[in-house]
Design a protein around this ligand. Structure first.
Ligand code: C5P
Length: 415
């Protein structure tokens, strides 16, 4: 296993754990924060205690858990005002609808809400609730209020919820909260891979899905989370490269210190890529939609007794092939991804030739692998040199290793 970088070394996190089924993920969050060098002071709400115990929180945090607003021992030790300020960042995970509502309205009727009102530090919330609660106008109002008060948000994500429904409201994964924390306060931009192997190089990376509109409110998308592409952007930056990340719509944060351009459709992604060439390296990690809807409605398409709408599709531009065949402005190293559910290596070899790229990073995204949207990846590197298969690794570690491979290939003259 690889060593975790101490990207949050010396940072003090006050972690408020609210009452939601996602509270169990906060235990993992504590572990990951400490691995990265942060210290964690935990606060458990009364509802949070229904989901995780103070003992497990304290054991993982290596610090006692604060629970009461009116604890005389704590007030003698450290008052709630001091507690709220002796931190670099306050993280609320899970942030329940109730906690959001109280924070948005400045209530101070328990320790957690009092800390949020008394602090002069940044606050990051990772909401978790049923999708109807998340979509309720009251919660929307509260989130808008909190955002305009400067509160940062990580997620929520779309997905299957503990209650069995599917939609937005799921707490994002601990690794995504870590990303958001690093963006908010991290010092990770300063950490370079040994020897800064990409110093002086420019790399353009696409990441995430594209959304292809059906009408102004509906779109076609895919399950790409953007995690692998974003991790490569971060690793390349740490390796000293100038990085431009072109991201489709994702629920993860922009990597701290990386120039990130947000796009929705494949055509917008192509325009953004074109605008940022030339570069030394191009990495197409985005899951670009193959088709767009030719007859997308200008207004919301209404239900009709004669059946559903007939959508006509036209093919999207192949951004990777476009870059690889860009003549003089072709980057020295063009890298594609191939997400397949079968015949992974054979399809990747075919893509390598057809799209004229130098390296294909192929992975199996069949449902049982849990790669799409997950935090791990097991990849095969397919190039003119042959096939190299790596064990299953965290996407961050895959990214770090890929960056070293890119540096080696560039050294050898790219193609
Ligand atoms: O979808 P496909 O398997 O062909 O994708 C392989 C590679 O091609 C990926 O790197 C993806 O980013 C890229 N691609 C692209 N534009 C498309 C389709 C795929 O750049 N329209």
């Amino acid at each position: 296993m690889s060593a975790i970088e101490r990207s949050l070394d010396g940072k003090r996190i006050l972690l408020i754990i609210g009452g939601g089924i996602a509270a169990y993920k906060s235990l993992d969050l504590i572990r990951r924060l400490r691995e990265r060098g942060a210290s964690v002071r935990p606060v458990l709400t009364a509802a949070g205690k229904q989901f995780v115990t103070a003992l497990s929180v304290a054991s993982l945090a290596g610090a006692s858990v604060h629970e009461d607003l009116f604890s005389l021992t704590e007030e003698a030790d450290m008052g709630h005002i001091e507690l709220s300020r002796a931190a670099d960042l306050i993280v609320v995970a899970p942030a329940t609808a109730d906690l959001l509502a109280r924070a948005a309205n400045g209530l101070a009727n328990d320790l957690a809400s009092t800390l949020l009102l008394a602090t002069d530090k940044k606050v990051l919330m990772a909401p978790a609730m049923n999708l109807r609660m998340w979509l309720h106008p009251a919660t929307c109002r509260n989130v808008m209020q909190l955002q305009s008060d400067g509160v940062l948000f990580a997620g929520p994500a779309d997905g299957e919820m503990a209650c069995g429904e599917f939609g937005p409201g799921r707490m994002v994964e601990p690794i995504d909260i870590i990303e958001a924390i690093e963006s908010a306060i991290g010092s990770d931009t300063a950490i370079l891979l040994p020897g800064a192997p990409l110093a002086g190089r420019k790399i353009v990376i696409t990441s995430g899905p594209t959304h292809e509109p059906i009408d102004p409110v509906r779109y076609i998308a895919n399950r790409s989370s953007g995690r692998q592409g974003h991790a490569i952007a971060k690793a390349a930056m740490r390796a000293g490269a100038k990085v431009v990340l072109i991201s489709g719509p994702v629920s993860i944060s922009d990597p701290a210190g990386v120039e990130t351009i947000h796009v929705e459709t494949a055509q917008e992604m192509l325009e953004a890529v074109r605008a940022h060439l030339p570069a030394d390296i191009y990495v197409g990690a985005a899951a670009v939609a193959d088709w767009r809807v030719e007859n997308a409605g200008e207004q919301k398409i209404k239900k009709s007794p004669s059946g559903g709408p007939l959508l006509q599709f036209s093919e999207n531009p192949d951004i990777l092939a476009h870059v690889a065949k860009a003549g003089k402005s072709r980057p020295a190293l063009v890298v594609g991804f191939a997400a397949e559910t079968q015949n992974v290596i054979a399809y990747a070899q075919d893509k390598l030739g057809r799209k004229k790229c130098d390296l294909i990073v192929a992975n199996d995204v069949s449902a049982e692998m849990g790669v799409m949207g997950g935090t791990q990846n097991s990849v095969h590197l397919v190039s003119a040199l042959g096939v190299e298969s790596w064990d299953r690794l965290d996407k961050e570690e895959v990214a770090r290793r890929l960056v070293t491979v890119f540096a080696d290939l560039l050294e050898k003259g790219g193609r």
